[in-house]
Design a protein around this ligand. Sequence first.
Ligand code: IPD
Ligand code: CA
Ligand code: CA
Length: 259
Amino acid sequence: MTNKKFLDFSQKISYVAGEIQKESYGKTGLRIEHKGRTDIVTEVDIKCEKAIIDSIVSEYPNHGILAEEGGGKKSDGEYLWIIDPLDGTTNYAHGFPIFCVSVALACNGQVIAGSVYDPLRDEMFSAALGEGATLNGNPIKVTVAAKMEEALIATGFPYDVKTNPKNNIDNFKRVVMECQAVRRPGSAAIDLVYVACGRVDAFWEQRLKPWDMAAGQLIVSEAGGTVTDMKGEQLDLYGETICVANATLHPQLLALLED
Ligand code: IPD
Ligand code: CA
Ligand code: CA
């Protein structure tokens, strides 16, 4: 019941940020700053993060917050909100319609509630620990695809792809030769929830941050998926790699991946 209460709140603040994203989507003259050579942040990322944080602080003043754009706050308490105010910023800045808000709540290190909201499609993916995963309130499940050759698989490439030799290109080559097709949608949280609802069969990526994975991994797990890091070990939100699929496909994908 408590998890449900937190989940309702998580959805509420995700809807607010989603509205902010929709308002400015496709408009010209968006203020953009560079965090790295290809890693950008827009004024919308910042505005969404502020709206989310203000709501959490007024509702749960003792909770900690970890947010991508640095607006979070430390707390000694058991609860930590993990926020990606706009996942898919590069897509957003180009007008490519795949991006979302990702909000998760962890209690003593375990994620207990999470929501991923796609405002353009008005799709709210969510899960509370032990209570299943839903899309707009309807239960969702991972696929039953059993062979790589029938699997549609998503992945992504890190921002330092051009300079770091561990850039996922070799993994991509191996997987694309074995599965039906690979997609690179550009939002890790969307990739995860698309596994959860069966739009893709699996997803892997390296050099992700906790806010990219926190909500989506719970939603996959509650949708019946297997969630590990790229070594096949228990997911560590701070460990930067993830591999998710149904239980039959998961070991087949893992066998092709090098961390
Ligand atoms: C990025 C997206 C992308 C992934 C990157 C992430 P951002 O998040 O999730 O799909 O490949 O590694 O950093 O910067 O758009 O929030
Ligand atoms: Ca992100
Ligand atoms: Ca982001």
